[in-house]
Ligand binder design. Structure first.
Ligand code: C2O
Length: 536
């Protein structure tokens, strides 16, 4: 705690899972990567040294990076990537935040293995707003592919079709015994009867929303995305890539072994990795060969179970942690999100077309200079500020798609004045098929003030918004064939990425950026970049 400098070496290593082995990119040789512990108010310095053949960048997912977008990490948005044999020091201060977050590579598909927990403890002497658990454990959910993930996405881009799904899910790096490899051990969580444990759950998967449950035990949810919620008890939680959830488990059985399980949530007819990862909650004093109690995972399309969790989330909204929901909206935006199809003469498997994704019909094209650099140094020709605040054509978003499925390419940003209040309605479309999209906004937390199925109704739906204690997060699932409304205050100058956190959709172009202008005050402008900022 206090100021700390950490060194992250980006290196490859061999790892074996599912009874076969392959080379993976890691931080310091670890999968999942090391947990970064800090305290609210700390300044963190992480020197990232790139020893692999890929360009690299690291994102501190959910850290607001007030005025320090240079440390945010998305390649070509806030920085040029760290090239092979180069290094860069991420330098940021954690202001007004505490809780569980994650860090991950933000370039190519390296996030598959380059990720880890980022635990921000409250300031010294500041208690949690719930009874202190006996102990705390980081639990990272992710995926494992038998093949190289860069090859998986490159193959899909060449053919124009969807990439393969993973071969198994993982809990703290291990799938546990699965039919493809019954002998492999899973993660073991040792507990003592009568004690309480806080699990800091993180979904670091590339492409799958996951259900998580523990046989024979209820979960008391106390925090999501590093914001406190009104505690509630539930059997099963749903967690999308990029999201975090703290749950308290009371070890109220006397002994035994109980399975933790992570299984897919997908409410659209789209292929998923259907292999459930398991780990074991093991009471002290229980023999290691004792039988494990399993719980049946929810079916993958168990939307009601997912909604039961999502609809229970409310900001704690206490005196100490008030929900500061913007009441008056300066910029009211309506973004359609979803998939489309563009011509691709060389795409043989796609019959001359490729799947793309878009926001308001714009498929975002990655620039070759970082947007924040272009903005700060006034480099012309890198981006345009004409990102549409509304869809170019209206249609029945959740019905059959329009006749023309193609999208427009562009590197467009939506410009906001400093401190403007913003509402964005994110509307899923059924252009190819309705599908849930976990949308992540960099640089801000937002309040999820409304949600519904079907087409958003701008007259009727706002009357039902929760402006008192809506959940505050940085990544929100837009329901398949439905919408969510989010609100935030643009009090962080810089360029901030917003994208679907399913990596395949980001790759296809479901991404855009907000450009927030400097304010007039002394602490309302982007700080100058560090001297070692990578160049493109
Ligand atoms: Cu966790 Cu832009 O990502």
């Amino acid at each position: 705690s206090g100021n700390q400098t950490l060194i992250d070496q980006v290196v490859t290593r061999n790892a074996s899972r599912l009874c076969s082995s392959k080379s993976i990119v890691t931080i310091n040789g670890r999968f999942p990567g090391p947990t970064l512990y800090a305290r609210e108010g700390d300044t963190v310095l992480v020197k990232v040294v790139n020893h692999v053949k890929y360009n690299v960048s690291i994102h501190w997912h959910g850290i607001r990076q007030l005025r320090t977008g240079w440390a945010d990490g998305p390649a070509y948005i806030t920085q040029c990537p760290i090239q092979p044999s180069q290094s860069y020091v991420y330098n940021f201060t954690i202001t007004g935040q505490r809780g569980t977050l994650l860090w991950h590579a933000h370039i190519l598909w390296l996030r598959a293995t380059v990720h880890g927990a980022l635990v921000v403890l409250p300031k010294w002497g500041v208690p949690y707003p719930f009874p202190k658990p006996h102990s705390e454990v980081v639990v990272i959910l992710a995926e494992w592919w038998k093949s190289d993930t860069e090859a998986v996405i490159n193959e899909a881009l060449k053919s124009g079709t969807a990439p393969n799904v993973s071969d198994a899910h993982t809990i703290n790096g291990h799938p546990g015994p699965v039919s493809a490899c019954p002998s492999q051990a899973g993660f073991k969580l040792s507990v003592q009867g009568g004690k309480t444990y806080m699990l800091r759950l993180i979904n670091a998967a590339l492409n799958e929303e996951l259900f998580f449950k523990i046989a024979g035990h209820k979960l008391t949810v106390v925090e999501v995305d590093a914001t406190y919620v009104k505690p509630f008890k539930i059997d099963t939680i749903v967690i999308a890539p990029g999201q975090t959830t703290n749950v308290i488990v009371s070890a109220d059985q006397n002994s035994g072994k109980y399975a933790l399980s992570a299984s897919p949530f997908m409410d659209a007819p789209i292929a998923v990795d259907n292999v459930t990862a398991t780990a074991t909650l093991h009471y002290s004093g229980t023999l290691s060969n004792a039988p494990t109690t399993f719980a049946t995972p929810p079916p993958k399309n168990a939307t009601a179970i997912a909604n039961n969790f999502i609809d229970s989330l409310k900001s704690l909204n206490s005196k100490k942690y008030p929900a500061q929901v913007p009441i008056k909206v300066d910029h009211s935006l309506f973004f359609t999100i979803g998939l489309g199809v563009n011509p691709c003469p060389s795409c043989k498997a796609g019959n001359g077309s490729r799947v793309v994704a878009s926001v308001n019909n714009v498929t975002f094209v990655m620039p070759t200079t970082a947007l924040l650099q272009a903005h700060f140094f006034k480099i012309k020709g890198v981006f345009t500020t004409d990102f549409p605040g509304n869809p170019p054509n209206t249609f029945n978003y959740t019905g059959a798609g329009p006749a023309n499925l193609s999208t427009k390419n562009g590197t467009k940003v939506y410009r906001l004045p400093y401190n403007a209040t913003v509402q964005v309605v994110l509307q899923d479309t059924g252009i190819i098929t309705p599908e849930s999209h976990p949308v992540h906004l960099h640089g801000f937390n937002f309040f999820a003030v409304g949600k519904g199925l079907g087409n958003y109704n701008a007259i009727k739906d706002p009357k039902k918004f929760n402006l008192v204690d809506p959940v505050e997060r940085n990544t929100i699932g837009v329901p398949a064939g439905g919408w969510v409304a989010i609100r935030f205050r643009a009090d962080n100058p810089g360029v901030w990425f917003m994208h679907c956190h399913l990596e395949v959709h980001t790759t296809w172009g479901l991404k855009m950026a907000f450009l927030v202008d400097n304010g007039k005050g002394p602490k309302e402008s982007v700080l100058p970049p560090p001297k070692d900022l990578p160049q493109c």
